[in-house]
Design a protein around this ligand. Sequence first.
Ligand code: CP3
Length: 353
Amino acid sequence: MTETRKPLLATLLGEATWPPPVWLMRQAGRFLPEFRALREKAGFLTRCMTPDMAVDITLQPVRRFGMDGAILFSDILILPWAMGQSLDFVAGRGPVLEPVRSLADMERLDPGRVAQAVQPVMETLKRLRAIVDGPEPIGPAQPGQVTLIGFAGAPFTVACYMVEGHGSREFEETRRLAYTDPEFFNRLIDLLTTSTADMLCAQIEAGAEAVMLFDSWSGLLPPSQFRQHVIEPARRITEIINTRHPGVPVIGFPRLAGIMAVEYGQRTGVNALALDTGADMKTLAEKLPATLVLQGNLDPIRVLAGGEGMRQEARAIRDAMKGRPHVFNLGHGVIPTTPPEHVGDLIKTIRAV
Ligand code: CP3
């Protein structure tokens, strides 16, 4: 008997499966009433750091819709928090951190604390892996079908929040410091590169079957800095993962990179390139090696809007990628006000071939 591989994992390793596997960025989150109910009970960091809750939240969307992937419920800012930077999630404002803006500020961070501090996250992954590989179906997902995805923020995006101290449209202070104090900024990127690689390897050791690197703000950088602070760190992180855990696929998401996504796909060594809403996947596909898996990229607002328009566009993206390894996903996270029925309808549409 030949062993049937999990569809998402097989695709991330280069197989062109049909219909494509599907999961959604930010699928574990506020658009689900069962997530909002837990939110009343505990703060965000508590939810991330309590394995019972994090396991439950990770599986909520899979139980409802049977996605091919379950993405760990956590956050990209857990890494700076684990190094000792103060972090708070303030309702209506998002994350608030004590800014790190100099070598002296950086000295106060301790990467040696990370492994211990993220222990609950590893426990969550361990339990999740036992569940996804267990004998029970998870909602409509059959046993042995769901791939467990770990993740981290990419160094540049995490540096944006660490330096700025909060979300921003432009991250001006971060980008200014990259020019005026390159010694500090390069060392911060370096520290994040090694600690992110270590954390992703720990996630793999705990049970993650694939990992994703979110570079949500990479598109803010000009090409020279994009090469230095986005491509080079992603290349180093992928190389470390490939060395320590050969065969575990890495997904890179250089959001808003435009044409620089091509160079990212060619030079980082990632197995899969996640594309944002603005990317013309077909045009980019022609410029990229046929072995590079593409992931994306339906407009999250299309899912908020729903209906026949959503179904048509979802099919168009799926069909345009037929014949090459493609993971269906959105171009960015699910919008919190999205009606859950629209997500159910989307998953069904992708699978109806
Ligand atoms: O379902 C999933 O995708 C898994 C969990 C996940 C979260 N954040 C949970 C979360 C993932 C993969 C992330 C990644 C993340 N976090 C990114 C990169 C992806 C992206 O969206 O660009 C970034 C930039 C962050 C930082 C962050 N975390 C912000 C800016 C915020 C506040 C704004 C927002 O989107 O809510 C968070 C909080 C956060 N992370 C929530 C969730 C479910 C909301 C917390 C709550 O209010 O309950």
